[in-house]
Design a protein around this ligand. Structure first.
Ligand SMILES: C[S@@+](CC[C@H](N)C(=O)[O-])C[C@H]1O[C@@H](n2cnc3c(N)ncnc32)[C@H](O)[C@@H]1O
Length: 481
């Protein structure tokens, strides 16, 4: 802990020496005027808190271009790296940055970036790092598939980059798949968008901001078109992209070409001590897990896609991605419209198209049919999964209590499937050391929390649809009386 604090102090001292500043009034660059590194156990752990009351829209951190770590800034200072990179043009910008990062790590204390590098997390929990047990614990095919794809992609990227790593004579431990996962997770979860490199940049101090979902807090600027920060994930790397096309004040941050500086603005007003957060982008919980290795309880951007009959897709012109259930449990506008149209006899669909696309109910019967259909569908999905919503709720609180793997747990309330899962976890980690078993437990906990949030959306959707059906039923009866 003390060593960690010493490292952090060295990082902050180094950062102010290289021009990173959270003050507009200090002549020289300084840190501690607006922000202070703190620990926020419930929202991201280490993060940046307000060192004083901050006002929405205020500039709170500036990081000059010279302090941003990119493959260009690294190779500029290193001829060997620069020559090697020139021979490997087929690698993607993200692969190149991963190799550069590992190469820089290999320099140890002699690296100019050492104060920054020693403060990077030692391990990550992004989907690509999930083992077979944790992947299966996600239970939902789409999520298991996303995790498998993420690992396969990381493996392919690593194999392709091997020749460059060999050419650079990276130490064997930096050439392993584990080291590659670490480097790619660092890039996926910490880079910020810059216009000149699709891999993004690593931004000392700026990468200590934890995440809050866009739209979580009301902002004076939110009603302005494009005025809130719109961080878009432009590829699978999780790099953050800022829509800077609008000249009005952004409330979060972005690279400002005129001053060659990455600037961060308070996205809302903060009281001293409160955590200052950044909106990395609009992500579902599965995407957060994939790119950042965490998920949000009650993420307003979470959604569930339910499998639909091919005819539903073909009878409407909504894109597939718009047909989902909101985090609140309500079907999306497009999903409702598509189902209302599909539930209409074919020969009448053309005549009701304009009503459907305006989001109007077609008739009480049509609406009741659609709501009942969704409710049944959600029920069928829930039933097809190995554990119930209630099981997962109990399991998710039990996981934290499995401190000592040998100690008997009070498992009475858990279903036999959950008890089996706990046993499988124990035998899965029994071969591993203490550290690996803690990592496995954390990833397992994330998988269980993810499936719990998925099931909660379905459970809420069933309640919403059933309540709507019962309301419509009474309405229909009173119309008929
Ligand atoms: C850019 S870093 C933020 C700083 C990070 N907490 C640290 O200690 O270096 C992003 C990572 O922080 C964590 N994180 C950020 N926001 C979070 C949140 N709201 N809840 C949980 N973890 C969060 C995740 O591990 C994520 O990958």
């Amino acid at each position: 802990m003390e060593q960690g604090e010493g490292n952090l102090q060295r990082l902050l001292k180094w950062a102010s020496e290289i021009g990173i500043s959270d003050s507009t009034s200090c002549q020289a660059s300084c840190l501690g005027h607006s922000l202070a590194v703190s620990f926020f156990p419930d929202s991201g752990g280490r993060g940046l808190g307000a060192a004083r009351d901050l006002t929405e829209g205020e500039l709170i951190l500036k990081v000059p271009k010279s302090a941003l770590m990119t493959s260009t800034s690294l190779s500029m200072k290193d001829d060997k790296l620069s020559r090697a990179l020139n021979a490997h043009h087929s690698l993607s910008p993200t692969q190149i940055l991963a190799v550069c990062l590992l190469y820089e790590m290999g320099k140890g204390k002699s690296s100019w970036w050492h104060p920054y590098l020693v403060n990077l997390p030692h391990s990550y929990d992004i989907l690509a790092t999930f083992g077979e047990f944790e992947k299966q614990a996600l239970q939902v095919d789409d999520a298991i598939w996303a995790a498998e794809k993420a690992t396969l992609k990381a493996e392919d990227d690593w194999k392709e980059a091997n020749a460059l790593m060999e050419q650079l004579k990276l130490k064997p431990q930096l050439r392993t798949f584990q080291a590659w996962l670490w480097a790619s997770a660092t890039i996926s979860s910490r880079t910020l968008h810059i216009p000149w490199d699709a891999a993004g940049c690593l931004c000392p101090v700026g990468d200590l901001f934890n995440y809050s979902a866009p739209g979580e807090e009301p902002s004076a600027c939110e009603s302005m078109e494009h005025a809130t920060l719109d961080l878009v994930n432009d590829d699978s790397s999780g790099t953050l992209d800022v829509d800077v096309s609008d000249s009005r004040r952004l409330t979060d941050g972005g690279f400002e070409k005129d001053i060659d500086t990455y600037c961060f603005y308070a996205k809302k007003s903060y009281k001293k001590g409160e955590q200052a957060l950044l909106s990395y982008g609009t992500y579902t919980n599965l995407e957060l897990l994939e790119h950042y290795g965490f998920l949000l309880n009650g993420n307003p951007n979470d959604k569930v896609f339910i499998p639909l009959e091919p005819e539903i897709y073909s009878s409407c012109s909504w894109p597939k991605e718009s047909l989902y259930i909101h985090q609140t449990g309500k079907p999306s506008f497009a999903l409702l419209s598509a189902l209302r149209l599909w539930a209409t006899p074919r020969n009448q669909r053309r005549s009701v198209g304009h009503l459907v696309y305006s989001g109007l109910q077609l008739s009480i019967q049509n609406e009741m049919y659609v709501m009942t259909w969704i409710s049944k569908k959600c029920n069928a999905i829930l039933k097809s999964l190995p554990t119930s919503f209630e099981d997962d709720r109990l399991l998710s609180s039990a996981i934290d209590k499995i401190q000592n793997l040998e100690s008997p747990l009070e498992l009475n309330q858990l279903s036999s499937t959950c008890r089996d899962e706990i046993c499988a976890f124990k035998s899965n980690v029994v071969q591993k050391g203490e550290r690996s078993s803690m990592q496995s437990r954390e990833r397992w906990r994330l998988a269980v929390e993810w499936r719990l949030s998925y099931k909660k959306i379905l459970v809420d959707c069933i309640s919403y649809c059933d309540e709507t059906v019962s309301y419509l039923f009474h309405e229909n009866n009173s119309v008929q009386k």
